[in-house]
Design a protein around this ligand. Structure first.
Ligand SMILES: [Zn+2]
Length: 241
């Protein structure tokens, strides 16, 4: 294919710009600022979920404690009532029954108070966990805000670079005929290179040296003759030092 040498240079420029687009996309994808913001966002979400669970547990415990307190109060009232009856001159049989019930009530009250104490301890633990989670969440969210600012600053720089490169690509593509562009596209090799310089018999697209005969044959052709690398298939531009 014949192509004026200055247009071949444009194809090299197009190749450079397309490589840059891929590199910028890779920098966006692998940006530490992006990853840090994602990590902190995930951490915040996990902490918020842990907090919901811890608060629910604490509320459940508060309800259980209230129930236990009411039960103890009810049993104590009954015990007081029994004791009043005992002091009101009832007969010996009733006295025995009341004394027996009073002892049983005392045992139940004791056991319920022990259970209530355990619930209170559990709630204290849950409250400590909530405070610790809240502290960690506040800290993580503050770090997230700062990480998001860093990420946005970095992405906006990379975004501007991407937009600039893409507009330069459009400009070059607009100046290239459809036929040449199709040839350029179809010459893209496995490593994504469509056009490269031939320098001292070496294709800079695949970094392989062409057989001496092939290289000499290529070098002897007019510069406006556009050939493909027989190793990788990309377009070879000569006369560039
Ligand atoms: Zn090659």
């Amino acid at each position: 294919m014949k192509l004026p040498h200055d247009q071949q240079i444009q194809l090299l420029r197009l190749q450079e710009l397309e490589t840059e687009v891929v590199q910028v996309a890779e920098r966006i994808r692998s940006s530490r600022a992006v990853q840090l913001a994602e990590d902190l966002e995930r951490r915040s979400q996990n902490l918020r979920a842990d907090l919901v669970r811890a608060r629910t547990e604490s509320e459940d415990l508060a309800r259980a404690i209230k129930r236990a307190e009411e039960d103890v109060r009810r049993l104590q009232e009954r015990k007081r009532h029994d004791e009043q009856m005992l002091g009101s001159g009832v007969n010996a049989k009733v006295q025995r029954e009341l004394a027996h019930e009073s002892q049983a009530l005392e045992r139940r009250i004791q056991s319920m108070e022990d259970a209530e104490l355990e619930l209170l301890e559990n709630q204290e633990t849950a409250e400590r966990q909530i405070a610790s989670l809240e502290g960690e969440l506040t800290d993580t969210e503050a770090r997230l805000v700062s990480a998001e600012q860093d990420r946005d600053a970095e992405l906006s720089g990379l975004g501007r670079q991407q937009a600039l490169v893409e507009s330069q690509i459009r400009e070059i593509v607009d100046g290239i005929s459809a036929e040449v562009l199709a040839r350029y596209r179809s010459s893209r090799n496995a490593t994504g290179v469509a056009a490269a310089v031939l320098e001292r018999g070496q294709c800079l697209g695949c970094r392989l040296s062409l057989p001496p005969g092939t290289a000499a044959d290529l070098e002897s052709k007019p510069l406006d003759e556009l050939e493909n690398c027989e190793e990788c298939g990309c377009l070879l531009v000569r006369g560039v030092s």
